[in-house]
Design a protein around this ligand. Sequence first.
Ligand code: SF4
Length: 225
Amino acid sequence: MDSCKQSVIDKKIEKTIANLKANNMEAYFCRTKEDAALLAESLINSGDTIASGGSVSLVETGIMDLIKKKKYNYLDRAKEGITPEEIEQVYRGAFSADVYFTSANAITENGELYNVDGNGNRVAAIVYGPKSVVVVCGYNKIVRNIKEAEMRVKEIAAPANTVRLNKDTYCAKCGVCLSAKDGESTGLADGCKSEGRICCSYLISGYQRQKNRIKVILVGEELGF
Ligand code: SF4
């Protein structure tokens, strides 16, 4: 990457990390996704029960492969032949996991995590349950504030994820949320009424009373959407 552009991105990352720490979240920077996977490995122990949200970033960093290794007890909601009842058990099991891995839909420079869920299991686990939550994000998910985070989901994350998940929604067809017009939103929770809607529960994680339960690995590469 061009060094001038790199310097701008690095300043954004530094500010975000300082504010995440001020919000009682541990925050790390890894220049590459390979370094992020090594750091993730150092944050888990053999025998740990691990769960995760669905995440392209976890796949791209190799962390999804790491946590599926036999030395960990990975609660796999996508294993072959899993029944809807077993998926429900995995979701509930995540609440007593040692470590929960996820990405975020956006991270603000003010040190807030912004996440939007359809089912709600991921935002629930971020809020409470797992002893430790590890959030892995490329620098491309850093935004200035919650307003930008809201628009990032409506204009980038949700349209791409509905295509990935094969959901029949307005944004999958049109590339933008029904509630987004010219960079503005008609309302945070406005949108389609589709059965496949993936935007139902909205979570902002700000200052945490439990110091360093949430750990954020910011990566100096673009990851996920
Ligand atoms: S509310 Fe519906 S149209 Fe809007 S981003 Fe979410 S899934 Fe897409």
